[in-house]
Design a protein around this ligand. Sequence first.
Ligand code: SF4
Ligand code: SF4
Ligand code: SF4
Length: 273
Amino acid sequence: MKKYLAPVIILAVFESVAVTLWLTKNNLFYLFNFSYIGLSVSLGVFLYIRNNRHARRVVQLLVGLYMLVYLGLICNENMQIEGFWYYLFTGVFEAATIHYAVAKIIGPLFFGRGWCGYACWTAMVLDFLPFKTPAQKRRKIGWIRYVVFVLSLAFVGALFLAHVGNIERIMFRAFIAGNILYYAAGIALAYLFKDNRAFCKYICPITVFLKPMSCFSAIRIRCDKSKCISCGKCKRVCPMDVDVTDNSLKRKNGTECILCMECVKNCPKNALD
Ligand code: SF4
Ligand code: SF4
Ligand code: SF4
């Protein structure tokens, strides 16, 4: 039973956040929201412990669809980066700002880019494409993410400066348009570069938050050098080109690890955990 402690702890952490936010903000939504996400993540960890090869995809679909369809389309909550700027500028500490604080700014200090591996609704679709491991060398075009980041900030900033009315409605439209654009760009890039995660590597503006924060992540894949035979399999199966055999903070593409566990599952010597 000891091996099932991890999903129980995860559920307990999410429940604490759920109850705290429910009581402090007097809003039942937070109880439902964080309980649901906690249950989904715990179920994924439970399935992983049971060696179910679809464990990660189950969490990705449960959380990703909930965020995209329920929060985004039904509740009209813009969880894209523009939504974050919008709520930040209005000074409202609501779902989108809480989501960014938990999943993308503070959370990565604990669970790195777990968001990217287990919850993102953009990657949820991209991971269905056929290029699971990159077929080509990484390109030096990661600067595009900073341009997209600045554009998103400028877009929302301009709406506020121009005192445009009904920004809430514009934000909902921006959520629909932004998602269509992200999916189109993500799928096109995946086929162009033969790499499902090309969008994540070069375009996604959220990585501007995720990368520096995940650098100090408490959860990290480590290599037991005494077991490693330098076969290179871990690097070949990694969707994010991480040199996971290097335990230093400066490991190549270290801030790109999405904790997908493909390297761990494929290591012939069980040198990674
Ligand atoms: S890099 Fe961006 S698109 Fe890719 S999984 Fe992370 S948040 Fe989603
Ligand atoms: S797959 Fe395992 S044994 Fe091979 S290089 Fe990676 S860590 Fe070492
Ligand atoms: S394969 Fe390993 S190093 Fe690469 S992203 Fe997945 S967990 Fe991280």
